[in-house]
Design a protein around this ligand. Structure first.
Ligand SMILES: [Mg+2]
Ligand SMILES: [Zn+2]
Length: 248
């Protein structure tokens, strides 16, 4: 019987940031896959190392038969790869070229930025490390490895009450963020749906645009983090002005 161990470095000591109210009045929560990274990391890994069962599970998730937690739990268990093989694929994944500049802006303004992801902690950590951005607090599912070819996924932030049955419940992270005057969210897809109506403003790409329109959630459509860096100072300058886009 194999033993599984976390492959991400020991959890960063960022719990205090979560509750901090002395750094700034504002906080930005960012999705990772498809928002910070150009490609979905889990999908990329499954394409390389998954089997036919992974595609079947994906279909069941798309049809709403299973939640993302159940889907990823089983998909990751069906991956066969050494750590070196996994690392070689992660090394190809690029991030939005404007993200680093957004982080520089955030640091210069003491803006809190957290990454909340329904993806894999180790993957996010190793991709961010390539861009010298691995100091950012990351809340994601925990990838485990048995030091051979097998992988498993653990869900430290799952919430059985979340409607989306995600691995990582983002609305729960939102609820824990107290003491901020405003909370912004940047995302692109279904893992962002449960949190989108619980923040002050959404910066949306792709599927999240459609969702915000359908649900009449205030949002700005963005192409990349360059748009967030451009729009956010305006919002912070005049936070009470009704300058947001409300869908017609
Ligand atoms: Mg995403
Ligand atoms: Zn949730």
């Amino acid at each position: 019987m194999s033993c599984f161990f976390p492959v991400a470095e020991s959890p960063q000591n960022h719990q205090s940031l979560f509750y901090a109210n002395d750094l700034s009045q504002y906080s930005v929560l960012c999705d990772f896959d498809g928002t910070i990274s150009e490609k979905d990391v889990t999908d990329t890994l499954l394409n390389h190392f998954g089997n036919e069962k992974c595609a079947l599970l994906e279909q069941q998730w798309q049809e709403g038969i299973i939640g993302s937690r159940e889907c990823m739990h089983q998909q990751i268990a069906n991956i066969q790869a050494s750590k070196a093989e996994l690392d070689s694929v992660l090394a190809q994944i690029k991030i939005d070229p404007a993200f680093s500049e957004f982080i520089s802006f955030a640091q210069s303004r003491n803006l809190n930025v957290h990454i909340v992801s329904d993806g894999l902690d180790y993957a996010i950590q190793s991709i961010l490390k390539r861009y010298n951005l691995n100091f950012l607090p990351v809340f994601a599912n925990r990838l485990l490895h048995n030091q051979q070819q097998d992988w498993a996924l653990d869900f430290p932030y799952a919430n059985d009450r979340c409607l989306k049955a995600s691995g990582n419940c983002k609305c729960q992270h939102r609820r824990k963020l107290t003491g901020f005057q405003k909370i912004f969210y940047v995302g692109d897809g279904t893992s962002d749906f449960c949190v989108a109506d619980k923040v002050d403003m959404v910066f949306a790409k792709d599927k999240l645009i459609d969702f915000c329109q359908q649900q009449r959630i205030a949002y700005y459509p963005i192409k990349n983090f360059g748009d967030v860096t451009a729009i956010l100072p305006e919002l912070l300058k005049a936070p009470t002005e009704n300058s947001c886009l409300i869908p017609a």
